[in-house]
Design a protein around this ligand. Structure first.
Ligand code: FES
Ligand SMILES: [Fe+2]
Length: 388
């Protein structure tokens, strides 16, 4: 018999067999994950290795490394990553650590670089990750050492997939191919030609709540009438179709857009999306990527977890071609962005109150409504799948 490691038994105490069994029942009869799964720092740490490292987690944006010589560090679920734009114009992702003795390599985004030099002993890498220089490695003023093969000590690559501006990583390298993982998600977007999706603006938010509660809040519309006055009017909660297909979750609605969104100059629509199309797709790709697309706009919404009780959230807005930049569309862009921003801020009180409620020992798991909350149930089953 293989001895159980202490972290395995620790995890089993937090996510017990009866918790998993309660979750497996049909949505209307299931019992959700207990509060400690959302509030315990040990569980949050174990999520780094068991959940984020094993899935295709959203990590960054190609526009953050805009040209050859750009570099950008990002710590994702405890793992320091580094994005580079190489001489060939490719975006690469590496572990952001020096292969000599593990110093963090890059602290902040920069541009115009040909190489990266480690601050500790001067090992120098190019932006393809190749080790180029090892000062004094063979003796005083001798960079070359007999028998030492620099080509074996390049930066450690991280498995990544790029979809237009959006970069996903699979840190343990073992997940199914991204195209398979994301197939149901991509199928819902097949009518949109997003090749000219142009980034317009980033909004940053900090929420005093676990990243899973932020995600779950997005996956159900039952709260709309109680939390969102404007959104509930424009997109009645009962008209949303709930999506739960593998790693793809979300809701879809044929929505009446508020007249204030268009102003005098209507934004250019995605190619092929005609004037009668009013569909809003609020999709998510487990674990931390959300993608809202309408006829003339898209927004990526990402949770970057920071411990059990805090989430950094980042929203990036995209429009078709010069819809992202031309001043003629300033009013229309602003109307959409303001509407999204208002809606998001309205959610914070609710999510933070749910997080505080999950601190209670009485919170032994949610009840789900079988009509409206299938997305939340599905999300929790995915969490349990990766954590058990
Ligand atoms: S740790 Fe980077 S050169 Fe030594
Ligand atoms: Fe909401």
């Amino acid at each position: 018999m293989v001895a159980q490691t202490s972290w395995e038994s620790e995890l089993q105490a937090m996510l017990r067999t009866e918790d998993i069994e309660g979750l497996r029942r049909p949505t209307g009869e299931a019992r959700g994950l207990p509060g400690r799964v959302y509030t315990c720092e040990d569980f949050a740490r174990q999520e780094h290795a068991r959940l984020f490292a094993r899935t295709w987690t959203f990590a960054g944006y190609a526009h953050e490394v805009p040209e050859t010589g750009s570099v950008m560090p990002r710590t994702l679920a405890g793992v320091p990553l580094l994005f580079t734009r190489t001489r060939s114009g490719e975006v690469r992702c590496f572990h952001n650590i020096c292969t000599h003795r593990g110093s963090l390599l890059v602290d902040e985004a920069a541009g115009g670089l040909a190489t990266l030099r480690c601050r500790y002993h001067g090992w120098t890498f190019d932006l393809d990750g190749e080790l180029r220089l090892t000062p004094h490695w063979g003796g005083h003023n001798q960079a070359q050492a007999e028998g030492f093969d620099k080509s074996c000590h390049g930066l450690k690559p991280v498995r990544m997939a790029r979809w237009l501006d959006w970069i996903f990583v699979n840190v343990d390298g073992e997940a199914e191919p991204f195209d398979d993982y994301a197939a149901p998600f991509m199928a819902h977007l097949s009518e949109y030609d997003l090749d000219d999706a142009t980034w317009a603006l980033t909004l940053h938010y900090d929420i005093a709540g676990n990243w899973k509660l932020v995600a779950e809040n997005y996956l159900e519309t039952l709260h709309l009438n109680f939390v969102h006055t404007l959104l509930a009017e424009a997109a009645p909660f009962e008209e949303h179709e709930v999506i739960t297909e593998g790693a793809c979750l979300g809701t879809i609605i044929d929505v009446g857009l508020p007249a204030t969104w268009t102003g005098d100059a209507a934004l250019p629509r995605w190619p092929g999306i005609d004037g009668a199309n009013r569909t809003a797709k609020n999709l998510a790709l487990f674990p931390n990527f959300k993608f809202v697309v309408g006829p003339d706009h898209a927004c990526t919404m990402v949770e970057f977890p920071d411990g059990a009780g805090h989430s950094h959230q980042r929203w990036d807005f995209y429009f078709h071609g010069d819809g992202a930049t031309a001043t003629a569309y300033d009013d229309a862009r602003k109307a959409i962005i303001d509407f999204f921003d208002t809606t998001n801020v309205e959610d914070f009180n609710a999510v933070e109150a749910v997080h505080r409620g999950h601190m209670s020992p009485a919170m032994q798991g949610a009840r789900f409504n079988g009509i409206w909350e299938g997305g939340v149930h599905h999300f929790q089953k995915l969490v349990a799948h990766y954590m058990s």
